[in-house]
Structures are given as C-alpha cells and as structure tokens.
Design a protein around this ligand. Structure first.
Ligand code: PLP
Ligand code: COI
Length: 342
C-alpha cells in the first residue's frame, strides 16, 4: 500500500487514478451490510446485472479539501446523501441512510489521506459514490441486490484553465433529458445521452454544450456537467428553474452566497435562449466545474459573448473567491456546510 505518493499536484487534470482503498457495501435480503474498505479497484458482478442492461444505477460527486492548517474537510456531504437517495428512489434502488453515506465518504478520504492535494495547489480529492443494481436478472425490473461504492482520486480543473472563460455551444440536435424523465436525478443514462453532443461540441472547439429545455427548445437548461447562471446589470443572480436539470449543490450554495454575502437578488426562473443579452456575466457551476466563467455561447451560428472571452467578470470572481474560500476553510462557512475529516 502506498502512503507516500509522488504526484505533480499542479499538473492534475480531471482524470481517474487509483488510490489505496475504496468502500463497498452490499444490499441483500432487504438490508445494507456494514460495508468495508477494499484494495481491489475492480468489481466483479453478474453479467445479468440491471446496471449493465437497464441503467439501474446512479452516482454522486463531492470533494475533500486540504485547509491551510493541513486538516481535511468535506463540503455539504449531507446534500449529496439526500440527492443520491432521490436518484435511488427514482430508479427503484434502496435508500442509503445519510450517516452511512457520509461515514463511507469520510472512511475513504481518511484511508487515502496521502492523496489529498496540498493547500494552495488548487487541486482537491474528488469523491465518487455510486449505487448499482447487481445480481441475476433478465426481465426489465429492479435488481435483487445492490452495491454502494465510494472511491476517490486527486483532481485538478474539470474545464481547462480553472478560473478562465471557456465557450459553450447550444446543443441543437440532442437533448440530455426528457420532460418527465430523469434529468433532475444523477443517473448514468442522462450522461450517456449527453456523450455524443459533448464530443461533437469539443471537436468544434467548445468546452461542452448547453442544453435547452426538452419540451420547447426555447429555454436554457444546463451545461452537460454543471448548472448555468447569469448576472444582470441590476445585481441579479439568475439561474434556470426546470424540472429536468440537476439540482446543483454548488448552485444552491452560490445562491446563498450571492444573497447573504454579496446582497444580490436571486431569480430562479425560466431563461429564454433569446434573452442572453440581459446578462453581463455568465458561468457554469458544479462540484467538478467549481465556477467556470462562460466566455460565450454559440447558438444558430452566432457566438454571444458575455463579459469577455479572455477575462473573468468581477462578480463571477467575487462568487468564486467566496465559494473557494469557504471550501478550503479560509472564509467562515454557513452553519453545517463543512464536515471535518478526523
Ligand atoms: N448538472 C449536472 C448535469 C452535473 O453532472 C453536475 C455535477 O454534479 C451539476 C449540474 C452540478 O451539481 P453539483 O453542484 O451538485 O456538483
Ligand atoms: C460533478 O461535478 O461532481 C460531476 O459529477 C460532474 C461530472 C464529472 C459528471
């Protein structure tokens, strides 16, 4: 087992690397077992598992942060626990008690402490909990057994450049979610549906695409792996309201920060694609994306530039500094947002 790691923290991208230990718990005969840490990063499951054929699975994403004093902390893991349970409910998988979920994340971080990037590197330890249907099954129906796993790996910026603007394009050909589908849950099928659009966008030089609402294709939904927000010239933080976008924990944290720390007005509402002109700044937000300023969005062959394609707008920077400061322990967090790894 490696306790001394040799990683160039500054050069990390958002990529998988194997760490020492991961957590596995099995649900069988109506209950979860106690769960344990294992060394093997391969899992062996029945070829007839529902997760492989019928997409009965879901996942989460959160991070561990190294603070200035060398301690390690998680950001709102209870919110990820609540969201994984909403995803589980949607695809008929068993609930995971919030304490079990948070404890599993804490165990994995502690067991891989050497992989938590140093304070100041900007890198973090990404934690990936997931639930999959396993066991023998053939017909379309819920699995007889389930596996709850948590692994982690050190990561850098998701979108190249970190706090540097990137351009997105509107996906005009593909939707990621259906009007009454699974868009609001963190279910693999949403991401499978977005792969082609994402690859086509990156081939054209965009960081990712922004989806429109699947019913009318007139309103902004979200980015493939992050929520959208815009800032107006009269101090409003606006973000789409839709039943088919993922309720981003980062987005709701930013809403709190914008309101309480920056005294901004909040509008969670429909954002028509033809109203981009009302925003002086825009960004993508999420655990992996943190806050990624949006330089411009291309729609119907025109690139609409918000603040700048090369510079970060002043409000986006303030939001970023506050969020980043809270996550890394430099700014006092609202009650209950931080869980220390002991
Ligand atoms: N939207 C999608 C589709 C995502 O995959 C993510 C990432 O988790 C987000 C939004 C941001 O959510 P959060 O801030 O909870 O990470
Ligand atoms: C996250 O931000 O945690 C995500 O899950 C986004 C992506 C890597 C799927």
């Amino acid at each position: 087992m490696s306790t001394n790691v040799n990683i160039d923290w500054d050069k990390l991208g958002f990529a998988y690397s194997k760490t020492d230990l991961r957590y596995i718990s099995i649900w069988k005969d109506g209950k979860w077992d106690a769960g344990k840490l294992v060394e093997d990063n391969n899992i062996s499951i029945s070829e007839a598992s529902t997760s492989l054929h019928y997409g009965q699975q879901c996942f989460e994403g959160l991070k561990a942060y190294r603070t200035k004093d060398g301690s390690i902390q998680l950001f709102r893991p209870d919110e990820n626990a609540k969201r994984i349970n909403r995803s589980c409910e949607r695809v008929l998988m068993p609930e995971i008690p919030v304490d079990k979920f948070v404890d599993a994340c804490l165990q994995v971080v502690k067991a891989n402490e050497a992989f938590v990037p140093p304070y100041g590197s900007g890198a973090t330890l990404y934690i990936r909990p997931y639930v999959i249907g396993i066991g023998d099954n053939l017909g379309v129906g819920p699995a007889p057994e389930f596996l709850f796993g948590v692994f982690c790996c050190p990561v850098g910026a998701y979108f190249k450049g970190g706090l540097a603007p990137v351009n997105f394009m509107i996906s005009e050909k593909f939707d990621r979610a259906a009007p009454h589908g699974t868009g609001a849950d963190k279910i693999g099928g949403n991401y499978a549906a977005s792969l082609l659009a994402h690859v086509e966008a990156t081939k054209k030089g965009f960081a990712d695409c922004v989806y429109l609402d699947p019913a009318t294709h007139t309103n902004i939904e979200e980015v493939g792996a992050a929520n959208f927000f815009g800032i107006t010239n009269n101090n409003v933080f606006a973000t789409p309201k839709s039943p088919s976008i993922l309720p981003s924990i980062t987005k709701y944290s930013l809403i709190h920060i914008a309101k309480e720390y920056l005294k901004m007005n909040i509008e969670e509402r429909v954002i028509p694609i033809d109203s981009l002109g009302e925003f002086i700044e825009a960004g993508a937000c999420g655990t992996a994306a943190v806050i990624t300023p949006i330089g411009g969005i291309e729609y119907k062959g025109n690139l609409h530039v918000f603040y700048s394609e090369t510079e970060v707008g002043p409000i986006t920077r303030k939001l970023y500094d506050l969020l980043y400061g809270i996550q890394f322990g430099d700014v006092k967090a609202p009650e209950g947002w931080i869980v220390k790894v002991k």
